[in-house]
Structure formats: C-alpha cells, structure tokens
Design a protein around this ligand. Sequence first.
Ligand code: FES
Length: 107
Amino acid sequence: MIPVCRLEDLPEGESVRVDTNPPVAVFHAEDGQFYAIDDTCTHQDASLSEGWLEGCLVECPLHAAAFDLRTGRPTCLPARRPVRTHRVTVDDGVIHVHLMAEEGTAA
Ligand code: FES
C-alpha cells in the first residue's frame, strides 16, 4: 500500500503520477471515484497521468488512445493492450494505491 497524497490535493478531474516501478497514475474522476492504472501507455512511452480525463476515460496525450479507468481496457486504437488497474483506498484523508502485484500478499 503506497501513500499518494492528501485527499484535498487531488481535486476532481485531476491526476497524479506515482513513481513506483512501473509508475502508476491515480485519477479523481468526474464520478467522484478514485482510479489507479499503470501510467505508461501500452502503445508507446507516454505518461497517461498527462492525458485528458473525460468521464471514466483517459485519453493518451501522444496519439489519443483512450483507456477505461475501471477496466484498464483501451476503447480505441492505436492502443490494443490494456493497462493494469490498481485498487485505491482513502484512509484518514490520505489516498493510497494498492499495486496489483501486492494483492494477495498483504497481511
Ligand atoms: S503512446 Fe499512447 S496512444 Fe500512442
């Protein structure tokens, strides 16, 4: 479980990049939910945290592939492979991301 930032530091419609390995992008979507996906686009080497957020989709800043934040799946070309999704929780006003690889190993 990795602390990301305080709740008030990630307003709706904003995103933040977390320097994990591989990096993760955390979004505060327009539905009020928080979502985390791998930050690197599966098409080429663009940072999805710098993309455009619309509803529950993020559009890659380089060639405009869009990914569904809920599933990680691309909704249009040129990306074909999904990004991984990660669980997000808020504890004591702090946003945390639970990397997919950590799931099942947490105590
Ligand atoms: S790098 Fe994301 S669509 Fe090309």
